[in-house]
Design a protein around this ligand. Structure first.
Ligand SMILES: *Cc1c(COP(=O)(O)O)cnc(C)c1O
Length: 453
């Protein structure tokens, strides 16, 4: 039994080991040296705490393990079998093939991001999406930024700084991930005037709060919760009418940015961007990676005179979008222009997936997995801050794990490729709706591999 600092090998001795030298070839000497020193530092602390010194082999293996885990990117694909279509923790919308190609092409090379190729003069990066957005939403003007939180911050900073913005108390909400309307307001320098009560707000509440300092009426879509029962809120039409009478614009944070009528799929109505524009909202803000089904971005559409103020604000530069996502957004928007959103955009393919197709895949998986698996009824969720409580009937594969559902779920999640399902009543549940069809084979292979053990 060894103890004391002396029993730890020197840095030189470790670095001259053949296995460590091999690691060094795959990675660089400074990195291996850094990790070796870190490791020895921790080992010295453990020795002080009375632990035994590790063997030389253990030391070498630990160091090589750390180096090789550093050498792989920790962000990697996950198979989403949760049945939650827009899963924020899993990166929201997967992208269409066309979107990915457009992003790849622009990532590899230089692009005409801010140059007009006709005359060689400097141009705006926004031209690549602005006319598409105007065409699709009916708006006069559009601006794209980093995400919707940035869009709301930019809008309030540009139009409402040191002025008042009226919002219903029921809409001064937290969307998730720390996005709270009152906090964003404070950050923008706008003064939040809350009106009404948590469950009921009337048009007269807004009207009574209007003063010469009022810069806007703000509506925030309650994306991830629903007030049921004794509730009343003011529709966008009434708000716009009031805004017109007092010459204050209505700002509409609709969250999800839906362009397709969700009621066609048996879902509740999710505010459509084009409806909000048509009703007369001054600016409409929404995410590109929720129901729109594109890469992360925040989109603002509305009246030209308001958008012009946003363009000029210094924050616009701080929250600007990059060339790769701009290309991806344009490609995603093109699917809508071509009327092929449902057949090409993964989020909409999932929403519109025929029940029979889901059933067929669920049966296929279940058969391959053997007697532990069965097919049951269930619900897929839209998720990701859209259609609060919105679900679609689905067929699920239920795996009876004899009390070891968590263990199986952990193993599936940690392995490669990672698979995430959900646990219900001690069974592991997998929903084919959110698994991309090309992932079926690999999912079955991993599952049978684990279940056969
Ligand atoms: C999701 C959401 C946001 C935040 O959008 P990000 O694109 O995630 O920044 C803001 N407001 C509403 C109403 C939302 O639903």
């Amino acid at each position: 039994m060894k103890s004391g600092f002396r029993s730890l090998p020197s840095v030189d001795k470790i670095l001259s080991d053949a296995r460590v030298m091999h690691c060094e070839e795959a990675y660089s000497r400074p990195t291996v040296l850094q990790i070796t020193r870190e490791y020895l530092g921790e080992a010295r602390t453990s020795l002080k705490d009375g632990e035994l010194a590790p063997s030389f082999d253990d030391i070498v293996n630990s160091i090589c393990g750390r180096v090789s885990s550093l050498a792989s990117i920790s962000l990697r694909p996950v198979i989403n079998a949760t049945g939650v279509i827009l899963h924020t923790n899993l990166g929201r919308a997967p992208l269409s093939k066309e979107t990915i190609s457009a992003m790849e092409e622009c990532a590899i090379s230089y692009v005409n991001l801010e140059i007009d190729l006709d005359n060689g003069k400097r141009g705006s990066r926004q031209v690549h999406v602005e006319s598409l957005l105007c065409r699709l939403t009916g708006a006069e003007s559009a601006l794209v930024v980093n995400n919707n939180a940035a869009a709301v911050l930019l809008v309030l900073s540009s139009l409402a700084k040191r002025k008042e913005v009226i919002v219903s108390r029921g809409q001064a909400v937290e969307i998730g991930g720390g996005f709270r309307i009152p906090d964003v307001m404070r950050q923008s320098g706008a003064k939040l005037i809350e009106v009404g009560t948590t469950n009921r707000t009337y048009i007269s509440d807004y009207e009574e709060a209007i003063t010469p300092h009022t810069s806007a009426l703000l509506r925030v879509h309650s994306s991830n919760f629903k007030v049921v029962g004794f509730a009343e809120s003011v529709g966008i039409g009434d708000l716009v009418g009031l805004g017109k009478r007092y010459s204050v614009p209505v700002l509409d944070d609709i969250g999800s940015g839906c362009l397709i009528d969700t009621t066609r799929f048996g879902l509740e109505y999710e505010p459509l961007v084009q409806d909000s524009v048509k009703t007369g909202a001054g600016l409409v803000m929404f995410s590109a990676d929720k129901l729109l089904g594109g890469p992360q971005a925040g989109i603002i559409v509305g009246r030209e005179e308001l958008v012009a103020k946003l363009r000029k604000h210094p924050l616009a530069r701080a929250v600007r979008i990059d060339k790769v996502r701009l290309a991806g957004l344009a490609a995603t928007l093109l699917h809508y222009v071509k009327g092929e959103a449902e057949s090409k955009i993964p989020v909409w393919q999932m929403i519109s997936m025929p029940f029979g197709d889901i059933e067929k895949r669920a049966r296929g998986w279940s058969k391959a997995l053997g007697k532990a698996a069965s097919v049951i009824d269930g619900q897929s969720m839209i998720g990701g801050g859209s259609i609060p409580g919105g679900t679609l009937p689905t067929r699920l594969v239920c795996i009876d794990c004899r009390g070891k559902a968590q263990k199986l779920a952990d193993e599936l999640r940690r392995g490669s490729p990672s698979i995430v399902g959900r646990i219900e009543e001690n069974n592991l549940i997998l929903d084919p709706r959110t698994v991309l069809p090309e992932e079926d084979r690999i999912l079955i292979k991993r599952l049978t591999g684990i279940l056969d053990q």
